[in-house]
Design a protein around this ligand. Structure first.
Ligand code: SF4
Ligand code: SF4
Length: 332
């Protein structure tokens, strides 16, 4: 939630924004308009990358204010198709695929079909998978200016997941991890299990299989997803995975707090602008010397996969990169 009491109206959040061109004075004025609930160009120009929440030096959460104003002004009316698709996710059949009694419980939400064949091999031995609409975190509604939809459903998703009885729940989708780790506690919802990020889970499993790892002597760029703006704690596990599997992580312009959107949230707003961002992102990875771009979020994977070959890059899900180090998957 936006912390007006923390905000100094310095305008830094909007000046930093990679998707809005704005000077210092106008930034301060526009931000004040947002605070006052007055019409502001930012409401329609914000592409919901969530980045300014992480950038704000006062931890005032400016994106939370912007997305609230977007909802008040019914920005979602511009994204009817995306809205229908997301509402449909709540109706996806729900299922618990039981694994071993002492195996990990993995929440694969409604995004599991995006990359087929991902949950195979030794990393996932004995896992219980929970999936479907009952477990849909709904964080995607932030991207179409409907934060209340996330808030409305958060408690029931937490309840549904907690009914597995698991003490810790592995979150395949970074959005789910963010719901349980950051958003639900902010809403005052008690989360009775420990959410575990995908990189933490992969690192722990790899560490247990360390003697089977064949180092990957490749330069690999990392595509950080938007939800990590709320939960940057997991970045350390990504670095640990790279170290463990021997992948080189070239220094690129768009990493950590300076990460660039995969383009997914821009597509429904402006296809051509999204296309340019995707190419800009991939160009940056290639310029840094990367041969592979690895994604944490399956939607980042889907958004970058078609254009990556034009930049001599392979796109891989981070779990497949781990499986490649275990000799289970070939690097294209
Ligand atoms: S939200 Fe943060 S960065 Fe933005 S104007 Fe307020 S204090 Fe400055
Ligand atoms: S959420 Fe992203 S696009 Fe929107 S104002 Fe903040 S930095 Fe810009």
């Amino acid at each position: 939630m936006f912390r007006e009491d923390f905000c100094t109206v310095c305008g830094d959040c909007l000046i930093w924004c990679p998707y809005i061109e704005i000077g210092e004075e106008e930034s301060k004025k526009e931000f004040q308009k947002l605070i006052n609930g007055k019409p502001s160009r930012i409401v329609s120009e914000c592409v919901s990358c969530m980045g300014c929440n992480e950038i704000c030096p006062e931890k005032a959460n400016p994106f939370s204010l912007i997305v609230k104003r977007q909802e008040e002004q019914n920005e979602a009316a511009r994204f009817e198709k995306a809205k229908i698709n997301m509402e449909g996710a709540y109706s996806m059949p729900s299922e618990i695929q039981k694994g071993a009694e002492d195996g990990p419980v993995i929440d694969i939400c409604t995004v599991y079909p995006i990359i087929p064949g991902l949950f195979e091999g030794v990393l996932f031995e004995g896992a219980t998978f929970i999936k479907g609409g009952d477990y849909f975190c709904g964080i995607g509604f932030y991207h179409i200016g409907m934060p209340s939809r996330v808030e409305k459903n958060a408690a029931s998703v937490v309840k549904n997941v907690s009914q597995t009885g698991a003490k810790e729940v592995i979150c395949y989708h970074d959005d789910c991890y963010t719901l349980f780790k950051a958003i639900a506690p902010e809403l005052g919802i008690k989360v009775p299990f420990r959410p575990v990020s995908w990189p933490e889970f992969l690192y722990r499993r790899l560490k247990a299989l360390e003697d089977r790892i064949h180092p990957i002597d490749k330069a690999v760029a990392y595509q950080r997803p938007c939800s990590s703006r709320y939960t940057p704690d997991k970045d350390a596990y990504v670095d640990d995975i790279f170290d463990l599997i021997g992948a080189r992580k070239p220094s690129r312009s768009y990493e950590k707090t300076q990460s660039l959107c995969c383009g997914g949230s821009i597509v429904p707003r402006n296809w051509e602008a999204a296309n340019q961002i995707k190419h800009k992102n991939l160009e940056d990875a290639t310029a840094a010397g990367a041969e592979i771009i690895v994604t944490l979020c399956p939607l980042c994977f889907a958004n970058l996969r078609k254009r990556a070959p034009e930049h001599n890059l392979s796109v891989m899900a981070i779990s497949d990169l781990c499986r490649a180090a275990l000799g289970e998957v070939k690097i294209e």
